[in-house]
Design a protein around this ligand. Structure first.
Ligand code: GDD
Ligand code: MN
Length: 372
């Protein structure tokens, strides 16, 4: 299944899955016989004795990690960390214990990693994927809207199944992004981790799967999880607001730089028609340096610095054109208004256009373009 010496570890969180865990481990150990494939059950002291079934399982590749119940996300962080640090996993496979995820389908995810992906999602919402017909309307709506919110508010563009619980991930990528400081406690962990992986430039692919409803036991997804989900999406979003504010602050600094250099040149007797474009160029340069090293500095970017500089200059000229057009248009409509006011009205649209293009093009992150 996996290349010779790679260690693949299935991480399976359980809470009250006594009815499911033995048959699941039975199937998994049958299908994946490689000695380097391991199975780690993360049980949060389930009162129904799930852990006992795992302990009784006679296969040296099955491991048990126990802990206090602090939510699905918490269990995953502990489990994945253990799989990497103690079991030496190169790849982890996240999977539910209730047969919603077909044990045989994990092979498809592993193949996508072998083909070069860093993350392979078992996806219900790409072509060929499906959900159980028995899922009631409430569950369907929750899942659909959860995904929409993750895309629209959380910013996980390009992914169809953002909340999926069935994924194969290269641990080299997980080490790169780090798990320790993830905020999520509950189910929203899936979205937060994916968000991080995408931002780091991971190559994320989706493989269609069928999601079966559980036959035994019950779902643990409750109201608290939904609230946490909403809050988390807003927090993910506010990060991009911080970026926008930094961009505006940079623009203000650029204005000061512009006026100051203009003033200094005049003081040195330089002609104002020469000083003006030079001051503009100087401020474009200082804006670029600040945006590159501060506003967008947390991004792993696609393009190199010279290319970014070139794009930034092009965007600045476009923004200048827009601001100027607004100024000219308003001057025609309101010839009596104070010129300073009209000039100020041009700044808003120019800044927005410039932010949009710089964020999506000049300083675009790796990963937003990668698909295999
Ligand atoms: N250790 C631990 N601790 N395990 C937990 C906890 C917990 O607090 N809560 C749930 N689990 C385990 C369950 O025992 C099961 O194996 C797995 O996590 C998924 O839980 P379910 O309760 O069956 O989740 P679901 O079917 O409602 O949700 C599925 O779909 C969601 C998206 O629609 C899961 O795949 C989610 O991961 C996914 O986000
Ligand atoms: Mn389930």
């Amino acid at each position: 299944m996996s290349s010779d010496c790679e260690v693949v570890c299935f991480v399976i969180p359980t809470y009250n899955e006594a009815l499911n865990i033995s048959p699941l481990l039975g199937q998994l150990t049958q299908i994946y016989r490689d000695k380097n494939t391991k199975f780690l059950v993360v049980d949060d002291d389930s009162p129904d004795g799930t852990a006992q079934h795992v302990r009784e399982f006679a296969d040296g590749r099955v491991f048990l990690l126990q802990g206090e119940r602090r939510g699905l996300g918490d269990a995953y962080v502990r489990g994945i960390t253990h799989a990497m640090d103690v079991l030496g996993a190169d790849v982890v496979v996240q999977m539910d214990a209730d047969f919603s995820h077909d044990p045989a389908a994990a092979a498809k995810l592993l193949r996508r990693l072998e083909a070069g992906a860093d993350v392979a999602i078992g996806s219900r919402y790409v072509e060929g994927g499906s959900i159980d017909e028995r899922w009631n309307l409430r569950r369907r709506l929750l899942s659909r809207w959860g995904n929409r919110l993750a895309r629209w508010i959380g910013g996980l563009r390009g992914v169809s199944d953002c909340t999926a619980g069935f994924k194969a991930i290269r641990t080299s990528k997980l080490r790169e992004v780090g798990l320790g400081d993830l905020r999520a406690r509950g189910y929203v962990f899936q979205v937060e981790l994916l968000h991080r992986l995408l931002r780091s430039g991971a190559c994320v692919v989706e493989e269609p799967i069928h999601f079966r409803d559980r036959e035994r036991g019950e779902t643990k997804l409750g109201m608290a999880n939904m609230l946490e989900f909403l809050l988390s999406m807003l927090l993910l979003r506010s990060r991009s607001h911080v970026t926008f504010l930094k961009f505006c602050a940079t623009g203000l600094c650029g204005t000061v730089v512009n006026l100051l250099s203009f003033y200094l040149m005049l003081r040195f007797g330089i002609n104002k028609f020469f000083a003006s474009p030079v001051a503009i160029a100087v401020s474009i340069f200082s804006n670029f340096v600040m945006n590159n090293h501060w506003t967008f500095s947390d991004r792993v970017m696609i393009s190199r610095v010279p290319e970014r500089g070139f794009k930034f200059a092009a965007v600045s000229l476009l923004a200048l054109l827009l601001s100027y057009s607004v100024f000219v248009a308003l001057s025609n409509f309101f010839p009596e208004s104070a010129p300073l006011l009209l000039q100020a009205c041009g700044i808003g649209p120019g800044a927005l256009l410039s932010y949009y293009l710089n964020s999506r093009w000049t300083f675009v992150e790796k990963g937003t373009d990668k698909r295999v």
